[in-house]
Design a protein around this ligand. Structure first.
Ligand SMILES: Nc1ncnc2c1ncn2[C@@H]1O[C@H](COP(=O)(O)OP(=O)(O)OP(=O)(O)O)[C@@H](O)[C@H]1O
Ligand SMILES: O=C(O)C1=C[C@@H](O)[C@@H](O)[C@H](O)C1
Ligand SMILES: [Mg+2]
Length: 168
């Protein structure tokens, strides 16, 4: 049984929503790297982006991913949308534990996030509907090569936690 599990995937793919019940079923404590960053920095992610910039955020994220994984023996960690894609995040997670990619098509991500779903997602905020859909499409294309290195890939977004557990 794996004791260190990393969930990776796009914003809106369900890492937080699905992560909690999956962790509970597996008896693992659940953590969310975005929350860990906000606690450490004492700032919301959108403010880190606007005040300190994306490069600062990516470095803090990479450092905290490593610190957290080394200091904790058992966990299910829901990572940020970009964690796998910067500073060799995917490689580190694959060397450290079990990686699971929740693979949701961009059209479904768009359905979930348009409206107020982008308020707390600084990379997606302030775009028209059309721009948001194109942005999601582009990001999925750009990031798939990283996410696809996960050891387990779960296709389609509308699975329940129970269905996902059956795939593990
Ligand atoms: N399996 C699912 N079926 C249907 N809707 C879902 C599913 N998983 C998540 N959603 C919906 O999609 C939205 C985004 O989910 P969630 O916040 O869990 O994504 P995330 O991967 O944690 O995003 P982020 O990387 O921005 O933290 C929520 O409104 C949630 O209700
Ligand atoms: O997709 C991304 O690059 C991000 C996703 C979020 O989880 C946050 O980590 C942050 O908003 C960046
Ligand atoms: Mg989340």
């Amino acid at each position: 049984m794996h004791k260190k599990i990393f969930l990776v995937g796009m914003p809106g793919s369900g890492k937080t929503t699905l992560g909690k019940p999956i962790a509970a079923k597996l008896g693992l404590p659940f953590f969310d790297l975005d929350q860990i960053i906000e606690e450490k920095e004492q700032m919301e992610i959108k403010d880190i982006f606007s005040q300190k910039g994306e490069a600062y955020f990516r470095e803090a994220e990479a450092n905290l991913l490593r610190d957290f994984s080394l200091k904790n023996d058992t966990f299910l960690l829901s990572t940020g949308g970009g964690t796998a894609c910067f500073h060799k995040g995917m490689q580190f997670m694959n060397e450290t534990g079990l990686t699971i990619f929740i693979n949701v098509p961009y059209e479904e991500l768009f359905r979930r996030l348009h409206g107020n779903g982008t308020d707390d997602r600084p990379l997606l905020k302030g775009k028209s509907q059309e721009e948001l859909e194109r942005e999601l499409e582009g990001k999925v294309m750009e990031r798939l090569p990283y996410y696809n290195k996960a050891q387990i890939s779960i296709k389609g977004g509308n699975l329940s936690p129970e269905e996902i557990l059956n795939l593990l």
